[in-house]
Design a protein around this ligand. Structure first.
Ligand code: FAD
Ligand code: N01
Length: 533
């Protein structure tokens, strides 16, 4: 193996997080390298090239805020941009800030080991190269490690098997018989598009999500100009609001609103934007009675939308509170479902028993397939980190430490793993926010921390066990009164001490930012800082 290359910091991942992290590291004068498994920048927007992929938070909001010049020079074409446009934006960012020469592409980090004597990380890759760095920054993405079902007989299938998160656009679906698994955000977007071109489509659903109609007109020149003029105020609102949206929840509860008035308001919120229903009243995420009223409204709307009662029964969530699983935005999903050539199978009542060369077989029937598509989600929040063999102090392994659920102080650092930071790690708002806002906050906090360390002559920083434990308890405590821990969702994917853990921090993006800033201002309270060995 060649000698390791030395840098102050190694960043894993070149999505929104990794690109901005590289900019900030250079800004504070550290040498840094990014390692990225893909062949280009973009992360989520590099990998998820399935038909219909787009963001569901308006692009004006779902974009970097760190440079007013970038905001002014970039013009979004649509309210919710499609994947190619977001990828183009991130490629533009990489060019504009000369980032490409700092990124090693087509290379996966496989292992990282903390060397206690040297107080440095030795990082290994699948290409045989290695890095010797003081700081290890995991910009690996909360939704980047796809989760694929282990279906009986899958190895016998003779056609292409596609995964939305690793899309192969050389496969032409026109006129094909397709079996599609998963109706979360990715599946809903895919079905809407491929429904227009395939001959026959069978949609296998397990836990359906609520999807609201998403109107996506092109942005006019006037709208863009108005948004550009308003950027500073809008960003300020995002940074300090609970969910990092510029639109705040309207004051007043759903259950205390007069029924006719409530109906009128929900009717107008239904088509306004992806999350309008949740923002129409301020108690929907906290009060079961209020939530039930809005959930019933959404169920009623979907009953009117899906024309076949059997398909409606299978696709309208019955045992889920609206918002407990991530809301989806749909442009043409239910239109596709309403087509005669589309069949819906609920695998809870009709499990898959076998896959043959050209069909998916259940205990009730056989569904012909030239192509199988999996839109079956991600090993959220932890998968990409656990995929790397990370060894901290005393050789302890992050996989083992997190086997019973992730632990991290502020979702930023893990006790026993010094000089390692996680961007949008578990225990931070991450996936329960406009993720770009949360990414910028983490990147800026980490950069400030590294600059402060240098100023104080500190070389090592590590989260303290007690602070980490207290933070985990707080994350749990603020989640408990909300609807989130009651849902069967990927937010809750893991167990710690026999309990399922709600992974993101739901105490509010603004409050979280204040907490992180206070920790830094207090000399990195809850962290131990040390000098070089
Ligand atoms: P990612 O974009 O996931 O990038 C992580 C990168 O790390 C990847 O390129 C990966 O290849 C690389 N990597 C991981 N492990 C390794 C390794 N071991 N070695 C080398 N490289 C590695 N969020 C929103 O707020 N609003 C939205 O509308 C929205 N839409 C989404 C749509 C889709 C289809 C998906 C999947 C997610 C969406 N998200 C959305 C969440 C989205 O993931 C984040 O908004 C954001 O893009 C995450 O950026 P990131 O840089 O943190 O991670
Ligand atoms: O994944 P998901 P996703 N047979 O986990 C089901 C973001 N995102 O990629 O819940 C049949 O939501 C599984 O069922 P269950 C966004 O944050 C945003 O769609 O495991 N079905 C579930 O219903 C989102 O929340 C956009 O019981 C099977 C579905 O597959 C996150 O990424 C677009 C199955 C997976 O849904 C993840 O979304 C895309 C099986 N064997 C993604 N196995 C925007 O629009 C699993 N399922 C912004």
């Amino acid at each position: 193996m060649a000698d390791p290359k030395s840098f102050d910091a190694l960043v894993i991942g070149a999505g929104f997080s990794g690109l901005y992290m590289l900019i900030k590291l250079r800004e504070i004068g550290l040498s840094a390298q990014v390692v990225e498994a893909g062949s280009g920048v973009g992360g989520t927007w590099y990998w998820n090239r399935y038909p219909g992929a787009r963001c569901d938070i308006s692009s004006i909001e779902y974009s970097y805020s760190f440079d007013p010049e970038l905001e002014q020079e970039w013009t979004w074409k649509e309210r919710y941009s499609a994947q190619p446009d977001i990828l183009e934006y991130l490629e533009h960012v990489a060019d504009r800030y000369d980032l490409i020469d700092g990124i090693t592409f087509d290379t996966r980090v496989t292992a990282a080991r903390w060397n206690e004597e040297m107080a440095r990380w030795l990082v290994e890759t699948d290409k045989g190269g290695s890095f010797d760095v003081q700081f290890l920054i995991l910009a690996t993405g909360a939704l980047s490690e796809p989760k694929l079902p282990d279906l009986p007989g899958l190895e016998n299938f003779s056609g292409p098997i596609l995964n939305t998160a690793r899309w192969d656009d050389s496969v032409d679906l026109t006129g094909k018989r397709v079996c599609h698994f998963g109706v979360g955000s990715s599946g809903i977007q895919t079905v809407a598009e491929i429904g227009k071109i395939v001959e026959e489509l069978t949609v296998f659903s397990r836990t359906p999500s609520f999807a609201v109609p998403c109107s996506n007109p092109p942005l006019t020149a006037e709208q863009s100009a108005a948004a550009k003029a308003d950027y500073p105020a809008m960003r300020e609102l995002q940074r300090h609001s609970a969910l990092s949206f510029a639109t705040l929840p309207k004051e007043g509860g759903a259950k205390v609103c007069e029924p006719a008035e409530r109906e009128k308001r929900l009717e107008s919120a239904w088509t306004e934007s992806t999350f309008s229903l949740l923002l129409e009243f301020d108690d929907i995420l906290f009060d079961d009675e209020s939530n039930a009223l809005v959930t019933e409204f959404a169920q009623r709307k979907l009953t009117q939308t899906i024309t076949d009662p059997e398909k409606a029964r299978k696709l309208i969530p019955q045992d889920v509170q609206l918002g407990g699983r991530r809301l989806c935005a749909e442009i043409g999903f239910y239109d596709a479902i309403n087509q005669d050539n589309v069949t819906v199978v609920d695998v809870r009542e009709e499990p898959v028993t076998n896959i043959t060369t050209d069909a998916v077989v259940t205990d009730k029937g056989s569904y012909p397939a030239d192509v199988i598509i999996f839109a079956t989600g991600f090993d959220a929040c932890v998968g990409a980190i656990k995929a790397i063999d990370i060894r901290g102090k005393g050789g302890q392994s992050i996989r083992e430490e997190w086997a019973n659920g992730p632990r991290a102080y502020l979702g930023l650092a893990v006790e026993g793993f010094p000089n390692m930071f996680t961007i949008t790690g578990p225990g931070s708002p991450s996936v329960l926010s406009n993720v770009v806002v949360s990414i910028e906050q983490h990147v800026e906090w980490i950069a400030r921390c590294l600059a402060d360390m240098r100023e104080r002559g500190a070389a090592v920083i590590e989260a303290e066990a007690q602070a980490e434990e207290a933070w985990l308890e707080h994350v749990d405590e603020v989640a408990r009164p909300t609807i989130f821990p009651k849902a069967n969702s990927w937010y809750m994917g893991h167990t710690r001490d026999g309990k399922r853990v709600f992974m993101p921090y739901v105490g509010g993006v603004g409050a979280y930012r204040e907490k992180c800033d206070a920790v830094a201002a207090a000399g990195y309270e809850g962290f131990t800082l040390g000098v070089a060995p």
